[in-house]
Design a protein around this ligand. Sequence first.
Ligand code: GLP
Length: 244
Amino acid sequence: FATLKQSAQSGAPLYLQLRKSIEDAVNRGLIGPGDALPSERDIASKADISRVTVRKAVQDLVKGGILVQRHGSGTFVAPRMERVEQSLSRLTSFTEDMARRGMAVRSAWLDRGLYAPSPDEMMVLGLSSNELVARVARLRIANDTPLAIERAALSASVLPDPAAIGSSLYAALETTGRRPVRAVQRISAANLGDDDARLLEVPPGIAGLHIERISYLASGKVIEFTRSIYRGDAYDFVAELRLS
Ligand code: GLP
């Protein structure tokens, strides 16, 4: 923190600079989960800034889930969330994946409805411009921790009432004999934008995973086109590789 005052000329408000230096220290592992942060007074005097500034930075980090405050005992680096290990070799649903781990699953609706398809939805789902697309966008939550934002698109002929899927899209598709049997999944790195970060309750800009799943019926017809953002700090995707 000692270098903070010297870099004050850089223009960013001091509390933002302090917030960043604490964040950097956590990200670089200089202070780890459960470690206590020095007291407000110590940080203020070391960095030669006011306690109000320190408090503002710390409060921001508490809101962002980086730090936790325990009354009477101080401020600590938040425990790292237990990572979810997700196999890449099975075509499962979020509900099944979490239920298998004994986690309580729920979703918050972000969007559901029928829309004129976008060009990529038309292409992937094989829709013509006079057909509609059913969009189902959800924040997926396990044990009260938001893990992913999933935006699924299906042909409206498959899902005429997107609001009726209940808690599991795959379970709903199964009831009409349209559960996908094969999927191609593409995973790429993405930094979380402000809106996604807010929904996922993580600081904006942290690493996320963009996952695109195109899934197929046994007939070869595309049934689902889903684009998701998963929390990079929560997921490990694991595939077993064999010498063929
Ligand atoms: C996974 C997949 C999504 C799929 C979803 C269905 O999370 N990434 O592509 O739409 O499962 O989950 P559920 O049946 O719980 O709605």
